[in-house]
Design a protein around this ligand. Structure first.
Ligand SMILES: Cc1ncc(COP(=O)(O)O)c(C=O)c1O
Length: 361
């Protein structure tokens, strides 16, 4: 591999974060590896978390990839089957499916399923995105129970506001889920995402579903990843490909909206929005150049960014090839996300295929 721009993945830290999720969970924990393992690589994440209680993905296509990679653990498909064919695939591959809409049951009823499919009924407890309303649950449960090849194993929900850390933001939806569960003796409850897990609110959750915390970003609005004991998993790194001086008053980059306020030394780094580095990162966004934080200067281009290294203590000695970290163990991804007006989820997911994912040695 020649290009230095890469995402170096620390699998030991992924495992550490999963263990933390497990410790804070009341019961089991499904590792959420949808969207290509939040950009870290679907199959490799599942392999690295080989002893997880199971995995959750968004769609059947992702689950098929895991089975093709030889992953034998339980896999929950969070959006369930989109059509009859996907019910069939799920039944053949031993997948577990969320049912969040009555029409999914119609598809199951119309299909001849070879094997029992474990079903998780999703209840809308206030997010109003997907899920049946609590008052519709009974009718859905009956239809599931009438189907000889469906087995209701869990009722679940997803919180809209767990990241506030306020107990009442999870207590009210949990109470609605509990009411549904009270009618179903022995049923398992599944509710907590990363923020609810780390909120430690004593929720009676049998199976949690940690996602973002596994990848070392804080799910909480008020606490950093380090404060929560999370370890960074991805180091996004590159190198300096040019160093040059500009004079006070010179404009830099597209649009020329960054203008040097003094004679300035600039380092050009081989990464841009063509790699998934956020184009909206403003001037001043921190970039780690040879271990020292320096400010981004000017607009992010497709393949390059420019960084002001004038105040770098080794400014005179820095050379082309100097190592750069965009986020990772030296630079919290949540700082970059907040500078760019987004969340780490998006930064991870929008990394493009041009960025090679490599395991850290
Ligand atoms: C249904 C469901 N459960 C769990 C998660 C994991 O959430 P987080 O990444 O915030 O932990 C997601 C993510 O969007 C989800 O959609």
């Amino acid at each position: 591999m020649t290009r230095a721009t890469r995402a170096v993945i620390n699998w030991a830290n992924l495992r550490h974060n999963y263990q933390l999720a497990r410790q804070h969970s009341a019961g089991k924990a499904l590792a959420v590896v949808k969207a290509d393992g939040y950009g870290h690589g679907l199959e490799n994440c599942a392999r690295a978390l080989g002893d997880a209680d199971g995995f959750a993905v968004a769609c059947v296509d992702e689950a098929v990839r895991l089975r093709e990679a030889g992953i034998k653990r339980s896999i929950l498909v969070l959006q369930g089957a989109y059509n009859r064919e996907e019910w069939l695939i799920a039944s053949q591959l031993g997948l577990q499916l969320v049912v969040h809409h009555e029409q999914q049951l119609q598809h199951a009823e119309a299909e001849n399923l070879p094997n029992l499919v474990p079903v998780w009924l999703k209840i809308n407890t206030g997010m109003n995105r997907v899920g049946v309303f609590p008052e519709q649950a009974k009718a859905c449960v009956e239809r599931i129970q009438q189907h000889s090849q469906l087995q209701l194993v869990s009722v679940m929900t997803h919180f809209a506001n767990a990241d506030t850390g306020q107990p009442e933001d999870v207590a009210a939806p949990m109470a609605l889920l509990q009411q549904v569960a009270d009618e179903l003796p022995g049923i398992q409850l599944s509710a907590c995402n990363s923020a609810a897990i780390l909120g430690d609110n004593g929720l009676a959750d049998d199976i949690s579903r940690p996602g973002i915390m596994l990848y070392g970003s804080s799910p909480m609005l008020q606490q950093s990843a380090a404060e929560l004991g999370l370890k960074s998993v991805m180091n996004l790194q590159s190198e300096v490909i040019s160093i040059h001086a500009v004079k006070q008053g010179d404009a830099v980059g597209y649009g020329g909206d960054w203008v040097a306020q003094r004679d300035t030394t600039l380092a050009v780094v081989a990464i841009g929005y063509g790699d998934g580095y956020p184009r909206h990162a403003p001037s001043g966004t921190p970039v780690m150049v040879a271990g020292v934080e320096c400010p981004l200067a000017g607009r992010v281009s497709m393949d390059m960014i420019t960084v002001d290294i004038t105040d770098h203590p080794q400014c005179e000695q820095l050379q082309v090839g100097a190592e750069v970290q965009l986020w990772g163990d030296q630079l919290d991804v949540d700082r970059i996300a907040s500078a760019a007006g987004t969340i780490a989820y998006e930064l991870f997911c929008q990394l493009t295929p041009r960025v090679k994912r490599v395991a850290c040695e």
